[in-house]
Design a protein around this ligand. Structure first.
Ligand SMILES: NC(=O)c1cc2c(N)ncc(C(N)=O)c2s1
Length: 319
């Protein structure tokens, strides 16, 4: 095979494998059997072995990186990753709504409600359409560069169609089934089991060997944009739709609410439905939908005034 033939075949195989990956891990709707995926992945790796100079950053063969790191580099979040103020009752939610309406000097506000994923807050940066860096939230202004571990999460696209620099934020988590089988293995190996899926996800992403992270069946939901010069959208809900359009896994349960009454209904609905999810949530995030209104409300020292997190009561430990 000539180098040009190899270049063409690799480009085709990368496109097909990244699409299959998207269908399987983001849409949960594979269009080809696993055997077909495995056959093409083997073909890609064979050609890359013969022409290593043709390996690209978005090749699916590059998801499980090389050697373990000695340490994580620090990453400065130019747009801080802030924590949310909490609400614990309907009254707290009504107080939040009143403060928002007073701050905006308006009678009605549109909110977006989203499930609060019980995982690890993560930032992903893309340049020229390529995934170039992934980081933990850390203390909100400085996080750790865990790019090689995040590349192992197959629902994270290695390339997106938007060529402008964009920073996308979300929550990495371990699905409950993955948590149960991981702890079973750890107990068989007489290792300390993880206390909960959140600790297991954090432990998996903050260890230095990407080959270990690759085995932990981690997943992610993206739910916000950090740095984005070219951003022109007017609402948070449009951003969620845009993230989905360009290939990110977003949580499908988000809902626009035109009053705090509708927010309270959504919260009550999920107090009941929470148990049926395949991943842990610890509350509901409520945000003012209009981005200009968010700007107008601004931030307190550590949290946005335009969002709050309704926290579910801690679950009774099953004794
Ligand atoms: N600390 C934060 O700002 C957030 C934390 C979380 C979380 N754990 N899960 C979902 C969302 C969301 N959909 O906005 C947010 S926002």
């Amino acid at each position: 095979m000539t180098e040009n033939e190899a270049r063409e075949q690799l480009a085709t195989l990368r496109g097909e494998l990244n699409q299959y990956n998207y269908e399987y891990h983001v849409l949960d709707k594979p269009s080809v059997p696993d055997a077909e995926y495995d056959k093409k992945m083997k073909k890609l790796k064979d050609i890359e072995a013969e022409f290593p100079a043709l390996i690209t950053a978005d090749s699916p063969s590059q998801r499980v990186g090389g050697e373990p790191l000695d340490a994580f580099k620090k990453v400065a979040h130019r747009v801080p990753m802030l924590s949310l103020g909490n609400a614990f009752s309907e009254e707290d939610l009504r107080d939040f709504d009143r403060r928002v309406r007073e701050g905006l000097a308006t009678g009605s506000v549109t909110y977006v409600c989203e499930l609060k994923i019980d995982g690890l807050a993560i930032s992903l940066r893309y340049q020229d359409g390529l995934f170039v860096q992934g980081a933990t939230r850390g203390d909100g202004t400085t996080g750790e560069d865990i790019t090689s571990n995040l590349k192992t999460i197959k629902s994270i696209p290695l390339r997106i169609p938007d060529q402008a620099p964009i920073e996308v934020r979300g929550e990495a988590f371990m699905p409950q089934q993955a948590f149960v089988s991981l702890n079973k293995k750890r107990e068989e190996n007489e290792e300390e089991p993880f206390a909960n899926p959140r600790n297991a996800a954090a432990g998996s992403l903050r260890q230095l060997d990407p080959k270990i992270a690759a085995k932990r069946q981690l997943d992610i939901f993206l739910y916000a944009v950090g740095e984005w010069e070219s951003g022109t959208l007017e609402t948070h809900s449009e951003r969620l739709q845009y993230l989905e359009e360009i290939g990110f896994k977003t949580n499908p349960e988000w809902r626009k609410c035109n009053s705090i009454e509708e927010v309270i209904q959504y919260v009550e609905e999920w107090v009941e439905k929470r148990a049926n999810l395949s991943y842990d949530i610890d509350g509901i995030v409520i945000k003012v939908d209009n981005l200009e209104a968010q700007e107008q409300l601004g931030f307190t020292a550590k949290s946005p005034r335009w969002a709050t997190a309704y926290k579910f009561p801690a679950e009774e430990a099953i004794t």
